[in-house]
Design a binder for this molecule. Structure first.
Ligand code: RFL
Ligand code: PHB
Length: 389
């Protein structure tokens, strides 16, 4: 079997890449180890940057997003017993959209299937060979048939636990944090119209949402926490404490899902070896505090689709040669922003008073200086695709 682009992984990166390529007349096959149902139900990110929404609109993927997505013009930082709103609309003229990652995934899968796209779910024994000249991606299909897929280039979009990542480097930057997030999805109407990032003596808490009926909430917990040790009652109690503020009430409701996510920063450089190109979480991980992961994955494949098209249709290698360097500029900006938001908002387990005072000073400066607030706003809302970074 043959295609132009073999795409490993059907997360936001792999799926969007296949859509962008198809619009330019480039063939691809997407292979995914999980089932369609699994990738469509997996609860993950919820914040879409402004440039992400613009791109999805431009390529015809925003019909439901424009109907159901929740436009937010700011966020609140809650610390020291007070609320401080960062007004994105005023500071940078744009906002973000709250729309679940799995909804983006559903929309792209529907569009690809309607256009006759080749998506293969539940494959196994995936291998990537001959990446230096004539790549072949091997896999066993859901029906048990072994396929050798010859292609011009491979896109490794298989996330942090995929097989592509092991092929690139050699430079790897990796940092773990001494805390994790316990996240819940609750059938409870949001009581506040925007996200609240709270820094509390007991630890960080985040108030978010998915729809007018569903709230998404997170608590900072120790890294090795077993979610089962947190009963629903204990979670609501702790959320009430950390998010407590005058005039703010939290609606409680049935917990639909509960899980612990570790926090790390990770970058593999370069994002290419031979004919294998990494995109999204396969190449980089950010802690979730800046809401950047899915947005970076989408920015990567915007660059990659253009580079692949120029190479495959005109033999022009400039784009594929610049791919890694171009993406890494944005990746490192997001790495810094995510690390900065994380260190400003979480409690350090050692409780070092010097660090604590620096943190409070940073929080106060961020909300009191228009320049500092604007810096947070433009990073959070998302720097334009193609910006000099
Ligand atoms: P994905 O989504 O992990 O998709 C990779 C896919 O590859 C498949 N796979 C393979 N397929 C074939 N062969 C193999 N050998 C394979 N190995 C793996 C996997 O099954 C999977 O389907 O990576 P992608 O496309 O790069 O997308 C990245 C995003 O998913 C990720 O960055 C975000 O979810 C991160 N993230 C957030 N990002 C945001 O932009 N805003 C947020 O608000 C936000 N919040 C979050 C988050 C991630 C979280 N968790 C659970 C990690 C909140 C949380 C709690
Ligand atoms: C979410 O809604 O899941 C969410 C929002 C903001 C973040 C991380 C996750 O920083």
């Amino acid at each position: 079997m043959r295609t132009q682009v073999a795409i490993v992984g059907a997360g936001p990166a792999g799926l969007l890449l296949s859509h962008l390529l198809a619009r330019r007349g480039v063939d691809s096959v997407v292979i995914e180890t999980r089932s369609r149902d699994y990738v469509e139900q997996r609860v993950r990110a919820g914040v879409l940057e402004h440039p992400t929404v613009e791109l999805l609109r431009e390529v015809g993927l925003a019909e439901r997003l424009d109907r159901e997505g929740m436009a937010h013009e700011g966020i609140t930082l809650r610390f020291d017993g007070g609320d401080h709103r960062i007004d994105f609309a005023d500071l940078v003229g744009n906002g973000i959209t709250v729309y679940g990652q799995q909804e983006v995934v559903k929309d792209i899968i529907a569009a690809r299937l309607a256009a006759g796209g080749d998506l293969r779910f539940e494959v196994s024994d995936v291998s990537i060979e001959r990446i230096d000249d004539a790549p072949v991606v091997g896999f066993t299909g859901a029906d048990g048939t072994r396929v050798e897929l010859a292609c011009d280039v491979v896109a490794g979009c298989d996330g942090f636990h995929g097989i592509s990542r092991g092929n690139v480097g050699p430079d790897v930057f990796d940092r773990e944090y001494p805390f994790a997030w316990l996240g819940i999805l609750a059938k409870a109407a949001p009581t506040h119209h925007e996200l609240v990032y709270a820094n509390h003596a007991n630890g960080f808490a985040l108030y978010s949402m998915r729809s007018p009926e569903i709230t998404r909430l997170y608590l900072q917990v120790p890294p090795e926490t077993d979610a089962e040790t947190w009963s629903d009652a204990r979670i609501w109690d702790e959320l009430g404490t950390r998010l407590g503020a005058d005039g703010f009430t939290l609606n409680e409701g049935p917990v639909l899902e509960k899980g612990v996510t570790g926090m790390r920063s990770f970058v593999a450089e370069p994002m290419r070896r031979g004919r294998l190109f990494l995109a999204g979480d396969a190449a980089h991980i950010v802690p979730p505090t800046g809401a950047k992961g899915m947005n970076l994955a989408i920015a990567d494949v915007g660059v990659l689709a253009e580079a692949f098209t120029a190479f495959l249709q005109h033999g022009d290698e400039a784009g594929i040669d610049a791919y890694s360097e171009t993406c890494l500029r944005r990746v490192w900006r997001a790495e810094h922003f995510s690390w900065w938001m994380t260190s400003m908002l979480h409690n350090q387990p050692d409780g070092d008073p010097f660090t604590r005072r620096l943190q409070l000073s940073q929080l106060r400066y961020t909300v009191s200086s228009r320049a500092a607030a604007t810096s947070l706003a433009e990073n959070y809302v998302g720097l334009p695709h193609g910006a000099e970074l």
